[in-house]
Design a protein around this ligand. Structure first.
Ligand code: UDX
Length: 436
């Protein structure tokens, strides 16, 4: 089976590498020449654990190839995955499908054999129908059938999520596409991975509904956490006891400074718009979007108040990425709070450490200093804010830290040290998302 993947962002790249790992012949296309040049040498533009080795292994065994031009592969492919960006359209939050439709038209102009055209990117409900209309306009509907196969990859664990998924969702409206796509995921049968076969629109909805629900679950526990802080009740016991209820489950029940990333913010907004387009208000998701923003703003204001009350002039941020194990800073709470503080407190000196996200953070051109050496970053700081729960921040030696800092305030946005009594005994003022 020959697979063509258009778009080598983290979805296209991970999907291409994993399909080639299944033994299929995969070619990944991107119009970014320098990116393709690097990928051919298995130089990966994103930080994704294990991706480098997987790409290198499959280039070496000739299952994986990269190119800038799809044309010479179109009529040698059995299926084509669209993994191009579907960013939020500025201003109204709809998913922008211009890259999707451009790729479809390019394919229609040149295809002369039967293929299945699959949307892998997250696309609004009804996109497959729009693609079919384009195909009809080019009179290629005899050759091209359209399918939906959404990804459920988390940054930082994307390869595992592809090779050991909880489920595979396949959206087709014809037997040929359904059989072909199910055969692509046959290698997962040994792990008895459930495959949900449905129609294209339902498949598109499943992706948005799943992400919107996960964002809702996180926002729910973030609000409970705010309540716990106010009332001195124990958020750890609340999440543990809730999570033991199999109907709730313990995953995605960790309070934080608001969700970030390239998906939840984009997908919740798009979900709300899709409902609006059908004259339905998605009350819960609309409230999740507003609440998540409010949580980040309220936290930022609280931190500013603590800075002023303690006459802090030097703050160190630990963690800039929106979550651990990624260099992605999109919608990161740390970046949000840093921008807020820079705006509201002109002469505050902010510095930051992050294991991998500093190069991406530098593109934001923030007026802050960066530390690559964690141990040296603490010197003469007055406040340390733990923004992202990277493992290296889980074993801070507070005794040493105390002697390095000129005053001693900690804000732990991930509740990592919430049960560590030693910190307060050493003389630190310790703040966290909730009191216990
Ligand atoms: C998400 C979905 O999980 C994935 O299925 C989809 O394909 C893409 O979007 P991702 O955005 O990479 O994946 O990260 P995820 O691990 O879901 O975390 C998203 C945000 O929620 C992060 O800011 C994270 O810090 C936050 N989060 C996650 C919490 O605050 N608490 C949790 O318990 C889990």
């Amino acid at each position: 089976m020959n697979i063509l993947i258009i778009g080598t962002g983290y979805v296209g790249l991970v999907s291409g590498a994993c399909f080639s790992e299944f033994g299929f012949k995969v070619t990944c296309i991107d119009h970014d020449k320098s990116k393709i040049k690097n990928l051919k040498k298995s130089i990966i533009p994103i930080y994704e654990p294990g991706l480098n080795d997987l790409v290198k292994k499959n280039i070496d065994n000739k299952n994986l190839n990269f190119d800038t031009n799809a044309n010479k592969y179109l009529n040698k492919s059995d299926c084509i995955f669209l993994a191009v960006g579907t960013p939020s359209r500025r201003g109204d939050g709809h998913a922008d499908l211009k890259f999707v439709f451009k790729a479809v038209e390019q394919i229609c102009l040149r295809i002369n054999k039967k293929i299945v055209l699959v949307t892998k990117s997250t696309v609004p409900v009804g996109t497959a129908k729009k693609i079919k209309n384009i195909i009809k306009k080019y009179k290629k509907d005899e050759l091209i059938t359209v399918a939906s196969n959404p990804e459920f990859l988390r940054e930082g664990s994307a390869i595992n999520d592809f090779l050991r998924p909880d489920r595979v969702v396949i959206g087709t409206n014809d037997e040929y596409s359904r059989l072909l796509l199910n055969s692509l995921y046959k290698p997962l049968n040994i792990r008895q991975v459930p495959i949900v076969n449905t129609d294209t629109e339902t498949s598109e909805l499943i992706k948005y509904a799943s992400n919107s629900f996960l964002a809702t679950k996180i926002t729910f526990i973030n609000e409970i956490s705010v309540f716990c802080k106010k009332t001195g009740t124990n958020i750890g016991d609340v999440t543990r006891a809730m999570g033991l209820d199999k109907r709730i489950g313990s995953k995605f029940l960790h309070p934080g400074p608001g969700y970030g990333g390239s998906c939840f913010p984009k997908d919740t907004l798009a979900m709300s718009k899709i409902f609006k387009d059908h004259k339905i208000k998605f009350n819960i998701v609309d409230s999740v979007i507003k609440t998540n923003d409010k949580i980040k703003e309220n936290l930022s204001a609280e931190i500013l108040k603590i800075i002023k009350a303690n006459k802090i002039s030097k703050v160190l941020f630990l963690g800039l990425s929106f979550k651990p194990e990624t260099d992605d800073i999109r919608e990161s709470s740390s970046i949000f709070i840093i921008k807020y503080l820079l705006k509201k407190h002109k002469n505050l000196s902010i510095s930051a450490h992050d294991p991998v996200a500093i190069p991406n953070a530098k593109k934001e051109k923030l007026n802050i200093k960066y530390h690559f050496d964690l141990n040296k970053s603490f010197e003469s700081q007055q406040m340390v804010i733990i923004g992202t729960e990277w493992n290296i921040y889980r074993s801070i030696n507070f005794k040493n830290l105390f002697s390095q800092m000129s005053s001693h305030v900690i804000y732990d946005l991930r509740n990592i040290y919430i049960h560590d009594k030693e910190i307060v005994k050493l003389g630190f003022k310790y703040y966290s998302l909730s009191s216990k």
